[in-house]
Design a protein around this ligand. Sequence first.
Ligand SMILES: Cc1ncc(COP(=O)(O)O)c(C=O)c1O
Length: 479
Amino acid sequence: MVDFHEYQQRFHQLQAANPQLQPAASTPAAPQGQQAATAQQQTHITFHQIQAILNKTTPTLPDNILLDFVESHFRKRRNILHVIGGHLTPCYLFEPNIIIANAKAFKRAFQQYLPESKFYFAMKSNNFIDVSKTVIGCGFGLDVSSGAELATALRLGAGDIVFSGPGKSAQELDLAIANNSKVVVLMDSFSEMRRLEKRAARQGRQIRAGVRLTTEPNGLWRKFGILLEDLQLFITESKRYKHILLQGLQSHSSWNMGPERQIAFIKELSKTIAHLKPEDQKLIKFIDIGGGYWPEQGEWLQSGGTPQGVVRSALSAADPAFLAENLAYPHYFNQSSPIEVFALELSRAISEHIHTLISCKICFEPGRWIANECMSIILRVMDKKYGDLVITDGGTNAVGWERFETDYCPILNISRPALTEKECLITGSLCTPHDVWGYSYWGADIKEGDFLMIPSQGAYTYSLRQNFIKSAPEVITFP
Ligand SMILES: Cc1ncc(COP(=O)(O)O)c(C=O)c1O
C-alpha cells in the first residue's frame, strides 16, 4: 500500500515552495476566506481520489505462469535460431500452425453449443496476408473494416465477408455491392443505409445487410452503430429500400476478460427484439456478436499500465521524488476466462434470451484471440552501452505504438537462455526515448550480437507497424 500521508506532506512542502501549486480559487466572486476554504476542500477530495487509486491493487503475475511461458519459448530456440540464421533482423516470426490451432479451438468451443454458427476473422487484428489465408483454410470468413481490407479479402478468394465500420465511403460501398454474392454490409447508421440504397440502385443490385447496434450509448464507443431504441424504426425504413436486404444485427465490444459484458448486452438486445413487430423479428437471420475475447494468457502489465502506475507517473512528472516503483518489477496481471467459458456462458445466454424469441445463426468476429501468439519479434543487440542498457537493431515502429511502456511482454535472450530475469533497459534504435522494448530480459547475460525474442506479438502490432525512421521489418515464416 502506498503511503498517502507521505504524498500529502510532500505535496504541501512543494506547495509552500512553489506558489504555482497554490490551490486555485473555484469562484472568483466568492469572498477570500470562502474561496480558500472551497479550494482546500477540493484539494482534500482530490487527495482522497488519488489515494483511492493508489490503494487499488492489481494482482501480480504469478511466477509459475510466467516461467511456463518463458520456458516453452526457450524450448523452441534452436529451431528459431536455425530459421532466422540466414535472414536479417529485426523480423517478425510468423507461426501458421498457431493460427490453425487457435482457429480450430475457437470454432470447436462454440460449435458444440451452437452448431449453426459462422466465424469471421477480424483482419484488422493482423493484416499479414498469410494470416488471413490460413484462417480461410480453417473455414473462417473475414471481417473487414475498410475498402483496402475488403479488396485484400476478395483477392485472397474469401467467399464469405462481413464489412463493418463507421463512415464507409461511396467507393467502399460500391466495391461491396459489386461483390454482393460474397459480402454482407453491416450498416453503421441511418444515413449509411440511405447511401447504400442509392449506390446499390446505381448498380442495379441487391445487397445483403445487417445493422450495428451501439453497445455503450455514452463515451467514445457511441460512435459505433445505432441505438437499440432505434432498431424498429431502422427496420421499418429499410423495408422501403428495394436494393437492401436487411438480414441481421451486429454488436461488438472489445477487451472482454470474461463474457459478462457481452451477456449483459444480449439481455438488452433480447428486450428490444421482444418488442419488434412479429414480421420484423422474422427478418433477423443472423446475430453477429463481434469479437473482443481476451486470450487465455490474461493481460500482463508493467506498472505504467495499471491505474496506480499512471497516477504515480503523473506525480513523478511534477516531482521526480515521487518515482515510487522500480520499472522492471513487479509485473501485473489481469486474469481472463478460457474460451470454453466464453462459449458455454454466451451460448447459454443466447439460448435463454435470443433463441426463445427467434431462430437465427450466431456469428463471431474474433481477432486478438486467434492472432495473439502467431507472431514473435526477433531483434539483435547492437550496442551494450552499460550493464543495464542495451540498444537493439529494431525499433518499436515494428509495433507502431508505445506498447511496452504499459504492457509487459517478456524479452528472451535466445542466444543465452536462462530462467532468470535480469533488470536492463532494452531500447530500440529509433531517435526517440519512447522506443522501449522493456525493462528486463530473461537470460544468463546479454551481449552485442545476441538474438532477442519477444513472443506473442501477433495482435494489433503487425497491422500498426510504421515506416517511422526505420522501415518495418520483414516477416519470416516458421515452418
Ligand atoms: C467490429 C469489430 N469486430 C471484431 C473486432 C476484433 O476484436 P478483437 O480483436 O478484440 O477480437 C473488432 C476490433 O476492433 C471490431 O471493431
